[in-house]
Ligand binder design. Structure first.
Ligand code: FPP
Length: 254
């Protein structure tokens, strides 16, 4: 069972155990260079590679990337289809390397609208890396935080129909067991690149006490050094989880 930040005080350390990233700014990175937006996404895949490697080296245990939100279907069909092709290529090309690096890959979200070929590749990649435990890499695809809470509620009630008559028995622990990342601790550090300061329907349950780091840098320009800067900022944060500063100091001295 993972610790809920609203139910208990989680242990924290200098390097965040779980980093969640919104990789924003691919399109603007490309437009600035008079390139098609899709060139920015292709460059973004290289940034994913750099960040996965850096997280592995720095001892991060969980890295969760927002690759495609449930709202991204609203983009031009050509861009959506390029993004799908990039996922397929990345899965085909990178899974061996990820496996060699001890990375366990999971794809999180409602995968039902994806092409069968992409779904097969996802399943194969997940199965191939299932024995790894060094870094848990989750790629959120067709994911939305509200979707996650709804699917969790539906599955909880399907498993426990009696709860409809006794809703007072539903607590955080009961529901959170059905969230799609129930096996992971809540993110310690959230990073959003590209200058926007929004959560954009990402992991909205799990980010309750996460430290939020925003940078103007576009995702294709993000790498090990920028990750280190985010870690440095994270170390300056006092994680109070609802307590006073004095209580935090006293707990740290114990
Ligand atoms: C946001 O930039 C980025 C996306 C919607 C897609 C992210 C995808 C990748 C980095 C490539 C594939 C990833 C994996 C895991 C293989 P934007 O297009 O919204 O940029 P903009 O705000 O500048 O328009």
């Amino acid at each position: 069972m993972t610790i809920s930040s609203t139910q208990a005080i989680p242990q924290t350390s200098a390097i965040p155990e779980h980093v969640a990233i919104i990789m924003d700014g691919n399109g603007r990175w490309a437009t600035r260079r008079h390139l098609p937006r899709t060139a920015g996404h292709a460059k973004g895949v290289q940034a994913v590679r750099r960040v996965v490697e850096a997280c592995g080296r720095r001892g991060v245990r969980y890295l969760t990337l927002f690759a495609f939100s449930s709202e991204n279907w609203r983009r031009p069909a050509e861009e959506v289809s390029l993004l799908m092709r990039l996922f397929v290529q990345a899965l085909e090309r990178e899974v061996g390397k990820l496996d060699g690096q001890g990375v366990r890959l999971r794809v999180i979200g409602d995968l039902s609208p994806f092409e069968p070929r992409l779904r097969d590749l996802i399943e194969q990649a997940q199965a191939r890396t299932a024995h790894n435990d060094r870094l848990h890499l989750s790629v959120c695809a067709n994911y939305g935080g509200r979707w996650d809470i709804l699917q969790a509620t539906r599955r909880m009630l399907a498993d426990n129909p009696g709860l409809v008559q006794t809703p007072e028995r539903i607590d955080e622990a009961t529901l959170s067991r059905y969230l799609s990342m129930a096996w992971a601790p809540e993110p310690d550090l959230f990073i959003r690149t590209g200058g926007e300061q929004r959560i954009s329907n990402y992991l909205i349950w799990q980010l309750a006490y996460t430290e939020l780091f925003f940078t103007d840098r576009y995702w294709p320009d993000f790498g090990a050094q920028e990750l280190e800067e985010a870690f440095e900022w994270y170390r300056t944060r006092e994680r109070r989880f609802g307590r006073t500063s004095a209580q935090v100091d006293a707990a740290d001295k114990r």
